[in-house]
Design a protein. Sequence first.
Length: 279
Amino acid sequence: MIIVRPLRSVSEFQEAEEVQVSAWGFEGRRGVTPKDIMIAINDNGGLALGAFDGTTMAGFALLLPGYNGKKVYMYSHQTGVVQKYQSSGVGYLLKLEQRKISLKRGCDVIAWTFDPLIARNAHFNFRKLGTIARNYLVDYYGQMSSPLNQGWPTDRFLCEWLIRPAAARRVRAFYRLDVVDAHVAIEGMGREPYPVCKDWSVDLGARRVLVDIPSDALRLKAQHPADEGRWREASREVFQRYFAAGFSAVALLSHGGGLAYLLTKARLPKTELAKHARS
């Protein structure tokens, strides 16, 4: 049985360093958040959580306090799971504990970033948790040492998890919308796992928009980097233009044998994170 709780001892913070290495494959430990930084964050408004299988730390999550000029929110900087425990629900348990503690602290939103082209992360964040995105960050972190990011611009969604029950229900309602007449922004061709981005278009007059993504962008990048680069170029332009026009990514739907983000002008609580996001 997995138990999620705050980290307590220096040795547990040290173990959290090893979880990061396993989760992201940091070369030479570059990119690892060291124990002293985690301890300082945890003891000054942040939160470091561990997911334990007995005495073994299976996963780790680090929350920072954020401030948008009016209210405090929580920012989830890292959530990582040891390779042996990946795809076993550990990450989900860590997120649930983040939500529970953040609500007790009076927060309305937990924010974090992720690459919108990575389908498995999109599935977890949008479908399982019910997040939204209203901001697209171009090469946000610059080059990173993790093998998952090497040779790739670190484009990111600034993801927002609206954790109050009423807001969460409003987000889930988007999954019931009729998207038959939605504008399909990216025209793909060919079969997975190596689809080709043929063309893309932006219709700011559309009520609803679908933005397709490859089922496995990492595999596409490894085998056909030019094709992956075109998907990046297309999705970057599409998301930037729609977000600037007031659209939000509110759901991740099955479409054309793959996955597509649903964009619409949603009436949702304003978190005002956009003005603090670099682009």
